[in-house]
Ligand binder design. Structure first.
Ligand code: ADP
Ligand code: MG
Ligand code: MG
Length: 208
């Protein structure tokens, strides 16, 4: 996927994340403070504006994702602004200079982004956060090696969805939902759902 295609796919992904606000709001109302949908909506609307603007002229895929992450961090707010901003910024830096988004490049983005999220927020797999979806996606991307992105991205997105689904069986120890403790059991983590939706929408954008 070249720079122009990646930019178009990110734009359609951002629009679909904006449209996912009601679902994400509902999920955060159950186990958090209810602001996750609005934060994502605000952050991804700012990303659409960024990608539509003439001042966004990244030279490569890494610079593009870095700019997207910077925009998220400054507009999204909440825990997710820092966490998703960190993923895109650190992941983008790790693939600086890449002209194409391939499966190995996406794998490096996810793995290095995950490491930065670990450092930033301290959540580990099993703590009922977006890390559970991201780690599953990164692991799948690594396992797929040099598979074409067209084949790999739907599988990576499916792995993230399974990772998000598994958060139902976890007790939250981070963020607002930790105050619920055992009562968070049985409900998916909103940030994990957002993480999986980003990858699902990217996979959809690739074939549209
Ligand atoms: P807030 O918790 O500040 O209201 P949001 O509702 O926007 O922020 O985001 C909540 C999501 O952020 C959670 O569902 C979880 O996935 C993610 N999150 C919270 N803390 C962490 C952390 N330390 N590491 C990774 N993800 C986290
Ligand atoms: Mg919240
Ligand atoms: Mg909040």
């Amino acid at each position: 996927m070249d720079l122009t295609t990646t930019r178009n796919v990110l734009r359609s992904t951002a629009e679909k994340m904006v449209a996912s606000e009601p679902e994400l709001t509902r999920l955060d109302q159950v186990i958090g403070d209810g602001d996750h949908g609005l934060g994502m909506q605000r952050g991804f609307a700012a990303v659409v504006t960024l990608l539509d603007g003439d001042s966004c002229n990244p030279q490569d895929i890494g610079a593009l994702l870095l700019q997207v992450g910077t925009r998220m961090m400054s507009s999204m707010g909440g825990a997710s602004g820092a966490i998703f901003g960190t993923l895109f910024r650190a992941g983008g830096k790790a693939i600086a200079g890449e002209a194409n988004l391939t499966t190995p490049v996406l794998s490096r983005f996810l793995t290095e982004g995950l490491n930065a999220v670990f450092q930033r927020g301290g959540a580990k797999p099993g703590d009922k956060t977006m890390v559970d979806a991201l780690a599953a996606a990164a692991e799948k991307a690594q396992a797929l090696g040099n598979t074409s992105l067209e084949k790999a991205l739907p599988e990576i997105a499916a792995a993230a969805q399974e990772g998000a689904e598994r958060t139902k069986d976890m007790v939250a120890v981070f963020g607002r939902s930790k105050t619920l403790g055992e009562r968070s059991l049985g409900h998916v983590d909103p940030g994990a759902v957002s993480m999986s939706l980003i990858l699902v929408f990217m996979a959809e954008g690739l074939v549209e």
